[in-house]
Design a protein around this ligand. Structure first.
Ligand code: SF4
Ligand code: SF4
Ligand code: SF4
Length: 309
């Protein structure tokens, strides 16, 4: 494939043809914020916080969905770019709960990070606010759609990577929200609790129930582990606090492989000194089940018993 050379913030950068401006800039070490961009699923180009200034273009350009071209001159932090990003953050904060003090995502939240970086202390916009009930019907995942910024990453990862369509955009305009079919709760949907959507959510809209109240992000160290329950090789994070594993979470996607609940539960049992009892759905409702059942090992136990007899 041919190469193209462009100038980013005064520096000449050479990338292969078809590379986005975003990837070219990040590859050269320049910061560009993104909210809806996910390398594991195709470009969405919705949040527009990744805009940059391209010499000769009539408007700011979304860097995630525009290809770098020969001779292009790009500025990633010009005054116009910074102003546009501030406005996007202000609009998001206009309908966002001021909940950082108690939010599980505090310290690991992309919206919080960008508000800090661009010095947006509050929203200059006033208007109607959502007041959705928090959905904690699923035993593993808490959904707080009041904190959702509609980036769509959860929808795309569920559909394109996990090969399911459990959640999607529902309604229109101000009422737009992410919801399972018929706007029911997660427990009543076909969700398999893989946790992939939680792993990609940039804010505190999707969080792990098992990690709630266990510690701030800066108190927790993560160590990557590859599941060996099957040959898919899914990757998880062991979450350590004060040297002890306090929970297993899906690793931020990168490999593109699907994750499964059985793998995560198995690793909980293996590494976590205090694993929470597993729950599986039976006859439409979640019930606590023995570990052998949660891990699908009943058949193995039967065979071992047969051999003993
Ligand atoms: S999602 Fe982020 S910005 Fe919103 S309350 Fe939680 S930490 Fe704060
Ligand atoms: S946990 Fe998995 S199956 Fe359930 S909504 Fe999220 S990505 Fe889809
Ligand atoms: S729940 Fe999270 S990942 Fe899904 S659209 Fe909202 S902010 Fe994005």
């Amino acid at each position: 494939m041919a190469n193209v050379t462009l100038t980013i913030n005064g520096v000449q950068v050479t990338v292969s043809e078809g590379t986005s401006i975003l990837d070219a800039a990040r590859g050269a070490g320049f910061f560009i914020p993104t909210l809806c961009h996910d390398p594991a699923s195709p470009n969405f180009g919705a949040c527009r916080i990744c805009v940059v200034e391209v010499k000769g273009a009539r408007a700011l350009v979304a860097s995630c969905s525009a290809a770098a071209t020969n001779g292009m001159v790009v500025e990633t932090e010009s005054p116009a770019v910074v102003e546009a990003r501030k406005t996007i953050i202000e609009l998001l904060l206009a309908n966002h709960p001021a909940d950082c003090l108690t939010c599980e995502k505090n310290g690991d939240c992309v919206l919080q990070e960008y508000a800090y970086r661009y010095d947006v202390r509050s929203s200059g916009f006033e208007g109607e606010r959502h007041s959705y009930p928090v959905d904690d019907s699923n035993p593993y995942i808490i959904r707080d759609m009041n904190k959702c910024i509609l980036c769509g990453k959860c929808v795309r990862t569920c559909e394109q990577v996990e090969d399911r369509q459990v959640i999607n955009f529902a309604y229109r305009g101000f009422k737009t929200k992410i919801a399972p079919a018929m706007d029911t709760n997660l427990a009543e949907s076909d969700c398999v609790s893989c946790g992939r959507c939680v792993a990609v959510c940039p804010v505190g809209a999707l969080t792990y129930k098992s990690m709630a109240g266990k510690g701030r992000s800066y108190e927790i160290e993560k160590d990557q582990v590859t599941c060996s329950f099957c040959d898919a090789g899914c990757q998880f994070n062991l979450n350590y606090k004060a040297g002890k594993v306090i929970g297993v979470t899906a690793k931020e996607p990168g490999s593109g492989r699907p994750l499964c609940l059985k793998g995560r539960l198995g690793l909980e049992l293996l590494y976590n000194e205090k694993p929470v009892a597993p729950m599986l759905k039976k006859d439409g409702a979640y019930v606590e089940v023995p570990w052998v059942e949660a891990l699908g090992l009943e058949g193995v136990l039967e065979k071992l018993k047969e051999r003993e007899n």
